[in-house]
Design a protein around this ligand. Structure first.
Ligand code: SAM
Ligand code: SF4
Ligand code: F3S
Length: 441
């Protein structure tokens, strides 16, 4: 048998990490070997993102770089996957002959065969909109990127059609997986030593709505069942949508201490007129009262959010309402972004685009406000002891491991690599807006 090796690179969100994990599992079970880096791999698998223009530019420049290597030695071949592949993969493959396989998320199940064929016969595989959707990869979850923590996508795609967002066009319609599939996968992961699972969906709270039009109780029940699996010390979920998040989820979180009290609840804007333009289906007041209900039910919880500045038509006053919302709600963390027009989405065609320099200015201002809030919240944790799941080495700092609290705060501690994957108590000794420092107790 010829040896076949691959290397996976990921740009984009946790859904790409999950797709990469499934693909890794399937390739390993077919006898492929995972290479340590791009050099030395027969195939580099690239999972791409389309959410903002910058993510696509980054991928495009990487794809260009492959050309130089490939022209010299016809290796490595490139498998261009993920959301950008769904959008423009077939066009890119026409331009760049080193793209041997391209397929978006709906066609990832066809990729392992296509990669085998590409190596064995040189045949290229280019999926496009006409290609019939395939079953997803159904391999047993093995060979995950991280041995202690794993993601499970519980619902693919999205039906919300927020006016700025490309995801429904590249990931397809909202499609929940059967609860028994999710549970079987979670049990298999737990048996393999995974201690933390994050359930993923663009709108997990709507889980099961596509079964019969009624999502009531379905996500809460799934969460409850996953959290009951022996060996799972932590269960997380993302992302929640403010108009679908229901109190039964809070009830389950209160009942099951291994469901982590951290909730990502993207607000996207602080003003009602911008929220309407974005097609977000809730008002600022409704959002504020939901956050207050979450905090009342789970006083130790951390709430994080996502917000876009400079959406078309956003005035200075409307932007200031995003600032006042941050000041009012004091999120633990915020993923903020300057609006990036995405071709094919309704907002991209609006004539009232905010100039890029103004978007950039608003982003800097809002990030400054949030940094101060996160700095204060994190400083208030100094001196307290938290349970952390120690994980991989910290990106900077010799001998430091990165851990996370139940509320998903990063804690850096001096600890040997063998402790990765274990739960330890750590006293917080220092803080910044982005992370905590701690010592094992
Ligand atoms: N489903 C989640 C939600 O409802 O917020 C998040 C989905 S999206 C993959 C992740 C984040 O990217 C969004 O929360 C949004 O803030 C940001 N985003 C999406 N489209 C964007 C755009 N056109 N420009 C800038 N940021 C964008
Ligand atoms: Fe995009 Fe909106 Fe769906 Fe989130 S809910 S993925 S922002 S369309
Ligand atoms: Fe990007 Fe696709 Fe995720 S567009 S953020 S990789 S769903």
């Amino acid at each position: 048998m010829i040896e076949k090796s691959f290397f996976i690179r990921i740009i984009g969100c946790q859904m790409n990490v999950y797709d990469g994990d499934k693909l890794r599992g399937e390739l390993l079970s077919r006898g492929w070997r995972e290479a340590d880096g791009e050099d030395g791999a027969d195939f580099v698998v690239f999972l791409t993102c389309s959410v903002r223009e910058r993510a696509e530019q980054k991928a495009a420049s990487e794809i260009g770089k492959f050309g130089k290597k490939w022209k010299k030695s016809r290796s490595p071949r490139l498998a261009l996957l993920g959301c950008m592949a769904a959008r423009i993969g077939s066009g890119l493959a026409r331009k760049f002959p080193w793209i041997a396989v391209t397929a978006g998320p709906a066609h990832i199940g066809l990729v392992p065969d296509a990669m085998d064929r590409a190596l064995e016969t040189g045949e290229r595989f280019i999926a496009d909109r006409e290609t019939q959707a395939a079953d997803p990869i159904s391999c047993a979850p093995r060979g995950r990127g991280n041995p202690h923590k794993a993601y499970i996508t519980v619902a693919n795609g999205c039906d919300q059609f927020c006016a700025y967002c490309i995801v429904p066009y590249v990931r397809g319609r909202f499609a929940s997986r059967a609860p028994e599939d999710v549970l079987a996968e979670a049990r298999a992961l737990a048996r393999n030593g995974v201690v933390e699972i994050t359930l993923l969906g663009q709108n997990v709270d709507a889980y099961g709505r596509d079964f019969d039009g009624d999502a009531r109780g379905r996500f809460a029940s799934l969460l409850n069942d996953v959290s009951a699996i022996g060996g799972l010390r932590r269960v997380r979920f993302a992302t929640s949508h403010p108009s679908d998040f229901t109190d039964d989820i809070l009830d389950v979180m209160r009942d099951r201490p291994n469901i982590c009290p951290s909730i990502n609840l993207p607000v996207q804007a602080g003003s009602n007129s911008v929220l309407r333009g974005m097609n977000r289906r809730y008002t600022r007041d409704e959002y504020v009262s939901l956050v207050r209900r979450i905090r009342a039910a789970l006083p130790e919880s951390a709430v994080t959010t996502d917000l876009i500045v400079g959406f078309p038509g956003e005035t200075e006053e409307e932007f200031e309402q995003s600032v006042t919302l941050f000041e009012e709600l004091r999120f633990d963390l915020a993923h903020t972004a300057a609006y990036s027009p995405r071709d094919g989405t309704p907002a991209a065609n609006r004539p009232d685009q905010v100039p890029p320099v103004e978007r950039a200015r608003r982003l800097v201002r809002l990030n400054g406000v949030q940094a101060e809030i996160s700095r204060e919240i994190n400083a208030s944790m100094v001196g307290r002891i938290y349970e952390v799941l120690l994980d991989e080495p910290a990106p900077r700092g010799e001998g430091l491991l990165q851990g996370r609290t139940a509320t998903d705060k990063v804690v850096l501690v001096r600890a040997p690599l063998e402790m990765a994957g274990t739960f330890r108590e750590a006293r917080v000794t220092g803080s910044s807006p982005w992370c905590l420092e701690g010592e094992l107790v």
